[in-house]
Design a protein around this ligand. Sequence first.
Ligand code: AHR
Length: 542
Amino acid sequence: MFFDDRRRFLRQAANAGMAWGLTSLFGGSFLRGQTAPGTGDIARVYLDSRRIMAPLDHNLFGSFLEHLGRAIYEGIFDPGSKLSDASGFRKDVMEEVRRMGVPIIRYPGGNFVSGYNWLDGVGPKETRPRVLDKAWNSINTNQFGTNEFMAWCKAVHAEPLMGLNLGTGTPEEAAALVEYCNLDQGTKWSDLRRKHGITEPYRVKRWCLGNEMDGPWQIGHMTATEYGIKAQDAARQMRYVDPSLQLIACGSSGPFMPTYLEWDREVLEQCYEYVDGLSLHRYFTNTPQDTGGDSAKFLAMNLSMERQIDETVAVCDLVRGHKRSPKKLWLSFDEWNVWYRARSGDATNGHHQETPHLLEEVYNLEDALLVGGLVNSLLRHADRVKVACLAQLINVIAPIMTNASGLFRQTIYYPYNWGLQYARGSVLNLLVESPTYEVSNMGQVPSVDVAGTLNPQDGKVALFILNRELSKPRVVELNWQDKTPGQVLVSTTLTGADLKAFNTFETPEKVAPQAFAKPATTNNRTRFEVPPRSYTAIQWSA
Ligand code: AHR
């Protein structure tokens, strides 16, 4: 089943008037939450360390590796390469991922997981089968499987977020994988792991119960009720093996689905008591149909991620009410990114090759700016979103690209990495007064989008500022309500004259962060000017 099926589905949905058009997406005002229209040209931000939105779960900056294209093979695992270690792991990639400190990584899919038999990927490598992966029409040699992934996660200090096959796979097979991974010994599957040379159980905590099971493109696609019952059964069997698991039910594939929210409600009516979280996915596009190529509109799209989160939370809490349950679900936004160029034809069809170049999206400056906005949106929803995964990590719709001799960072690497490096502790409930601008079909959108964190442990404050204005710099004034910031530790911005500029192996730093003049604070006020088309990170000491 090729990914083109999803495109075809979307086209049909749009023709039938089912797609989530921008007008319906943005029917209301954008001046939501703590953003108010500003007076004049200045954006004012009010920071108060007593106004905390939520503790920040660092897993908000997770990522994703699927058996797809060159993500695993050639990406992180390349036994023939001079850049690899004795296990076949690319050392340069491991070093980069370690430096970023990616906390949690989802694996092995994605669409791939819905046809994957995990038993094909364990045991002696010479007996592992070459399998046709029907999701991406590619060959999987199975030389990299569960044990290799666990070893790689350990090497990069990341927690695994394991995906389960609830497409062709059964709840019994899902529970068997939990037993293989998490039980010490003395049972069929834990003893098999030991036979495979792994004595210590991995004790994997978080598991995704399937992937995008609402999508007609998904192997094993089913109705919400069928999926809800299957997820409940899988969860029950898995918890018999290990009651400490945290389980994530498969939510709607996105607002473009005709069953958006209704799928989530029906699924949760079946399995609310058995799961801890619900998944969301979203890929943003900048096509003539979606944004008309209007960059100002594209840069506002992170606000529609917020609406998707709010609506999904509402459904979770509706079912909670129906069930009279004391438990509140959290959300796992386990696939999010910009993706619209490498999304059809040969870019999604592996033609029975082992390492086809699939989904190798080339990211430009404006994509990176939106990714910055998306980081801000996730931070602003840290009260309910506890896990989120930038989809994906290496080579496939990815911040990092490899070839035989090295790697380079795509534009989207930078805003994601700033979230990883500087967002710490708790998310601040900022009051932002911003000038606005008019976007067709969307109304007034704030020019300046700000999110921030305060780490109660070391007193550091970090702010992340997106200036959506395409041609105007903006003065930003920070008003420190109850504390004076210390020294500026980090001050950096991503900007440029050409929104379409991108990096390559030949010009890896065409779009790269620039030093941003450290802003001074006087009388608890900090004033500075952010450039047009920019995303800026500033961190202060206590
Ligand atoms: O990340 C690429 C694909 O996008 C995943 O396999 C699927 O879950 C989603 O539709």
